[in-house]
Write a protein that binds this ligand. Structure first.
Ligand code: MSP
Length: 540
């Protein structure tokens, strides 16, 4: 890699270290910025990786739905010993390997309808140049020094451990033998930031969520921080240390900066000021220390604003262990999408379990919830409502008559569902948000049971009442199509197609949601089933 930092323009971003400057103090920031981890390209994606990204996509799509300006970043982490080793085993150069793997990741995201705004690769120059510039600056100001490192290192984690954390010479996460390193490394004065980190956790508890992770990070830092080895000389696949290029950077020092380089750090100050700091770094709990200790310390050293929230979710487990390729338990998202579709896939991983805690994956649970919530509650609601409209009103949504209390209640239920959904999203609780939406789906089903349109259809003098009921139901389905759109964008589009309307548009939810008469006169079509039932045997 040939990187010339001399031609690199000096950045002129605010060095205000007040972490609130971003949203409250920095008038330029007008973008809600969400990130996923960048994934190692040593492997293909499995459903554990997709878990983070699907949840991030749901949150992002909801923020867009209420009219916020959002920037959603994902990408790939391409440096480090693990990638170099994998490429070597496969007989190609690391960059050739990465180039082969990136389309695999992009394909999965496309299939899962991940609406990222940018995909950063850490081998791109827009990343490596600002990374070198920042590290050089930390060196120049005395935050980086040369010393000897001795201690355990897990290549699978690409992480250093304390000797006390290693039992039987095994990495606590991968349960594979660690390497014991002894080499001259550059060190980042992480220990110098311990007091400020502790103050950060105390004054801004929302910096680490959920609480259990905050406590974990807090006691880790309270226990004393060691300076961090940030360079390696035993291999060369990494960003060179600019003042001593026989060293390459420790992969995390490079990787974490994807969050700033992707939004213009060191390249586009105006854009950077509009976007940084990140509002939400969504990660798995395995990479909490890097995000909640190393990253804020690096940003403090660099004089940059700190992200608002690092949210660490739990693991998808198989047999009680983190699902991973290393454990041979990784399931490809494609396998599940083949059976459940992208909507069924997304719904499951948003709705099942509590975001933040570990959750065991099982085909049976996935099929059961899919059949109950999607095929029965929502799918049948759409198909029976459109069938009745087709049969009784030539498939044209009729003019309603005077509403009764039942219709008023249904409208109120939609408003309540939207409010509850928003409150849950803001608490980073996708499952709770969808529970609110599906409470509304069930309320519409109850409304149909209570008003019994099939009986009304048999009584000629009840024609206006029948029109009121079916128009009300179609309108409720339109509202549902909006509320499900962040979770199930494709189902939302298909439902709206059957209602004879365009996909959810850019209007904020507050304008698009209220029940009205916009569907009156629209021709509905009873298309193919939105959520065909899945037989459990099929999933064995
Ligand atoms: N490259 C680093 C992240 C750098 S971010 C600056 C990395 N990559 S990874 O590909 O190994 O994993 C990324 C993330 O995938 C994990 O943090 C976690 O969010 C997610 N998961 C991987 N396996 C998982 C499960 N079994 N369950 C849930 N999420 C897990 O770490």
């Amino acid at each position: 890699m040939n990187i010339d930092i001399t031609s690199y323009p000096d950045k002129d971003i605010s060095r205000d270290t007040d972490r609130d400057a971003g949203k409250d103090g920095n008038p330029s920031k007008d973008i809600f910025y969400v990130t996923t981890p960048i994934y190692y390209v040593n492997d293909v994606p499995h459903i554990g990786h997709a878990y983070t990204t699907v949840n991030a996509d749901f949150l992002v799509r909801f923020h867009r739905l209420v009219g916020e300006n959002v920037f959603f970043l994902t990408g790939t982490d391409e440096h480090g010993q693990k990638i170099a080793q994998t490429a070597e085993v496969n007989g190609v150069s690391p960059i050739e390997w990465a180039d082969q793997m990136v389309p695999r990741w992009r394909d999965v995201w496309e299939r899962l309808e991940i609406s990222y705004d940018d995909f950063i690769r850490t081998t791109e120059e827009r990343h490596t140049r600002p990374v070198q510039e920042l590290v050089q600056r930390l060196y120049d100001q005395g935050d980086i020094y040369l010393d000897t490192y001795t201690g355990p290192y897990c290549v699978a984690c690409e992480a250093f451990y304390q000797p006390s954390e290693i039992i039987d010479n095994l990495c606590p996460i991968h349960e594979r033998p660690v390497e014991w390193l002894e080499e001259q490394n550059y060190f980042f004065r992480l220990s110098a930031y311990a007091d400020r980190l502790i103050e950060l956790y105390q004054t801004h508890p929302e910096f680490v969520e959920p609480e259990i992770r905050r406590n974990e990070v807090f006691s880790f830092v309270k226990g004393g921080l060691q300076d961090l080895s940030i360079s390696r000389t035993s291999f060369s696949w990494g960003v060179p240390i600019p003042w001593d290029p026989k060293h390459v950077m420790y992969v995390w020092i490079d990787a974490l900066q994807n969050y700033t380089t992707a939004v213009g750090h060191g390249r586009d100050p105006e854009r950077f000021a509009r976007t940084w700091p990140a509002d939400l770094h969504l990660i798995g709990k395995d990479i909490l220390r890097q995000h909640a200790v190393i990253w804020p310390a690096m940003l403090m050293a660099a004089g940059l604003d700190l992200p608002k929230t690092v949210f660490a979710h739990g693991f998808l487990t198989v047999g009680g262990k983190k699902m991973s390729k290393t454990n041979l338990t990784g399931i490809s998202p494609h396998t599940l999408v083949d059976t459940f579709g992208s909507d069924g896939y997304r719904y499951h991983f948003l709705r099942e379990g509590t975001f933040g805690q570990d959750g065991a994956f099982s085909w049976e649970a996935m099929a059961a919830r899919y059949n109950a919530d999607l095929a029965n509650d929502l799918g049948n609601l759409v198909s029976r409502s459109l069938a009745m409209t087709t049969k009784n009103f030539d498939a044209v949504v009729p003019h309603p008559g005077e509403p009764t209390q039942l219709e008023e209640d249904l409208r109120a239920a939609a408003t309540r569902a939207a409010a509850e959904m928003e409150a849950r999203v803001r608490k980073l609780d996708p499952a709770g948000a969808l529970a609110a939406v599906f409470d509304f789906v069930r309320a519409v089903n109850h409304y149909i049971d209570d008003t019994a349109p099939w009986k009304l259809a048999k009584e000629p003098d009840q024609r206006e009442r029948l029109a009121t009921v079916l128009q009300g139901v179609c309108e409720a389905i339109r509202q549902i199509s909006i509320l499900i759109s962040p979770a199930m964008p494709s189902a939302s589009r298909r439902i709206r197609e059957q209602l004879g309307i365009d996909p959810v548009d850019e209007r904020p939810l507050s304008e698009s949601l209220p029940a009205g008469t916009s569907l009156v006169g629209k021709k509905v079509t009873k298309g193919t089933s939105i959520f065909p039932r899945v037989e459990v045997e099929k999933t064995d």
